[in-house]
Design a protein around this ligand. Structure first.
Ligand SMILES: Cc1cc2nc3c(=O)[nH]c(=O)nc-3n(C[C@H](O)[C@H](O)[C@H](O)COP(=O)(O)OP(=O)(O)OC[C@H]3O[C@@H](n4cnc5c(N)ncnc54)[C@H](O)[C@@H]3O)c2cc1C
Ligand code: FES
Length: 289
């Protein structure tokens, strides 16, 4: 039996009240209602006659819900044709959310559309007195997302990484994470050799491509800093019924026990960073860079 109420499992239509073209391929839709989502949770987005796909909640303030998406295939390209006033079906919210304690010093690592849920986390955590190091990565300047929104928040130090060096650090966002963790002491432990006098980092949250998440997992484990990572698998029902999002060898369903998973558990998922399964259950290997 699912613990998710029936009303959340069934789609309800919401009207698009605002559209922001973030980049050439990325759009943010604001809907006229709240689903009561927490940062890290996702919704199933339904276009009747087309498809239904999972999307992270980019924001939910109790009055409006936002999603930020890449137009990459049949469903998302069709979704990108919608206009203000159109209706879209949403189910949820589903899955786990990021967890923190008030006043903590947290590092957020965002890649691709992961910047959207990370902004949602940032907005909520600074409201709880947390201080943040936010690392946003992209291929180039024109692909960066949510930079202005993050800059507008108090108690946020923004670090930008671009592969082509068009702005910020030239390289990967995980390189910056490694440097930050090496230069700040761990919460409970001896001061590291060469560590500066910065506040200890209590935890790391990450959302982005799986190869990036795998590095975050390795780096945070090496530095003994607890981390929470948002893992994605092909999802159909979204609430634990179909088994499509089960991962080897644990058999946990990432729509229920995830998408946000603590690193202690991520390291036990053998397929993490290696392969995922498509809608037919066939293994698809991640490209190693
Ligand atoms: C928990 C979760 C949160 C996500 N959040 C976002 C988000 O905030 N913004 C965003 O742009 N994308 C997000 N995605 C990915 C998004 O679901 C896919 O981009 C979308 O399904 C593509 O559908 P399509 O029909 O346009 O493309 P297709 O051509 O059908 O697929 C393109 C690729 O998208 C993936 N995909 C397709 N269908 C699904 C599905 N039902 N479940 C999972 N992956 C699928 C596959 O890897 C596929 O190769 C999220 C996925 C998950 C699992
Ligand atoms: S998507 Fe059906 S069990 Fe997870």
């Amino acid at each position: 039996m699912s613990t998710i109420p029936l009303q959340s499992r069934l789609p309800k239509t919401y009207r698009i009240v605002d559209i922001k073209q973030e980049t050439e391929m990325v759009r943010t839709y604001t809907f006229d209602g709240s689903l009561g989502a927490r940062p890290g949770q996702f919704v199933m987005v339904w276009l009747p006659g087309v498809d239904e796909v999972p999307m992270s909640v980019a924001f939910d303030d109790g009055a409006h819900t936002k999603i930020t998406f890449f137009a990459v295939g049949d469903m998302t390209e069709e979704l990108a044709k919608a206009s203000v006033g159109d209706l879209v079906g949403l189910r949820g919210p589903f899955g786990t959310c990021y967890q923190w304690e008030p006043g903590q010093h947290i590092v957020l690592v965002a890649g691709g559309y992961g910047a959207a849920p990370m902004y949602f986390v940032a907005k909520e955590t600074v409201g709880h007195g947390c201080t943040l190091e936010v690392i946003v990565g992209a291929r180039g300047k024109e692909h960066l997302l949510y930079v202005e929104e993050l800059e507008s928040l108090p108690h946020v130090s923004l670090h930008i990484a671009t592969n082509d060096g068009s702005v910020g650090y030239k390289g990967y966002n995980v390189d910056i994470l490694e440097k930050l963790l090496a230069s700040c002491p761990v919460p409970q432990g001896p001061k590291r050799k060469g560590a500066q006098d910065c506040d200890p980092i209590d935890r790391v949250f990450a959302c982005g491509p799986e190869i990036m998440l795998k590095r975050v997992s390795e780096i945070t484990a090496a530095h003994k800093v607890p981390s929470q990572l948002s893992l994605e698998r092909y999802m159909k029902c979204g609430y634990g019924l179909c088994g499509n999002c089960v991962v080897d060898p644990l058999g946990i369903r990432l729509c229920v026990e995830g998408p946000v998973v603590k690193n202690d558990l991520c390291v036990k998922i053998e397929e993490f960073g290696t392969y995922h399964r498509d809608g037919m259950g066939k293994k698809q290997y991640f490209e190693k860079k």
